[in-house]
Design a binder for this molecule. Structure first.
Ligand SMILES: Cc1cn([C@H]2C[C@H](O)[C@@H](COP(=O)(O)OP(=O)(O)O[C@H]3O[C@H](C)C(=O)[C@H](O)[C@H]3O)O2)c(=O)[nH]c1=O
Length: 181
């Protein structure tokens, strides 16, 4: 497993060891011991999520507030997404900054998103099966979000905006400046 910390402290790109053979491949998609040893982060995931999306679907930028904040370990099992995380930690030197990482079935990269971040992705392949672990349960009342095209975030979503597929809910999200964190 190769672990690389991004410019956002506590946010790691993880490349699992892949065992290829004539049958296909095997990898450990999560191992608590290895994860904690390599990242120095102790985490207890309690909920796994999965979503299937077509090209241009943009989900996010989402977070849960307060006691229901979630750390996530995200990956694209099939297809390719551009994954975006935004640092919402108001005491962080990188507050308001983001990293974007291509996650795909080819590169098998994962991204560990600590609590205190907004998360979203856009699908770059025809379809993408997205799977992720959360260290806190879903709590609808604690949901928050930031509009994908917040000018102050200046996120390059790569595709032509005419091709974006975004839920009505996400189109109503506030800018970071207006969001209640
Ligand atoms: C997140 C979630 C949703 N739901 C229900 C609520 C809705 O009836 C339905 C679809 O939810 P939503 O449109 O919020 O799904 P996404 O847009 O994929 O939301 C996710 O998108 C970005 C990428 C994230 O990082 C978050 O985990 C999550 O907010 O699933 C649940 O029952 N449990 C859950 O944990």
């Amino acid at each position: 497993m190769i672990v690389t910390e991004t410019k956002l402290k506590g946010c790691f790109i993880i490349e699992p060891k892949v065992f290829n053979d004539s049958r296909g491949y095997f990898l450990e998609s999560f191992n608590q011991n290895t994860f904690e040893k390599k990242t120095g982060v102790s985490v207890n995931f309690v909920q796994d999520n999965e979503s299937l999306s077509t090209k241009g679907v943009l989900r996010g930028l989402h977070y849960q507030k307060g006691d229901f904040a979630q750390a996530k370990l995200v990956r694209a099992v099939k297809g390719m997404v551009l994954d975006i995380v935004v640092d919402l930690r108001t005491d962080s030197p990188t507050y308001g900054e983001h990293v974007s990482v291509e996650l795909s079935e080819e590169n098998k990269k994962q991204l560990f998103v600590p609590r205190g971040f907004a998360h979203g992705f856009i699908v770059l392949s025809e379809t993408a099966l997205f799977s992720y672990k959360c260290d806190n349960f879903y709590n609808k009342a604690s949901e928050g979000g930031i509009i994908y095209n917040d000018k102050n975030l200046n996120i390059d979503w790569k595709l032509n905006a005419d091709d974006f597929i975004i839920s009505e809910k996400d189109l109503q999200l506030p800018t970071l400046q207006m969001a209640k964190l």
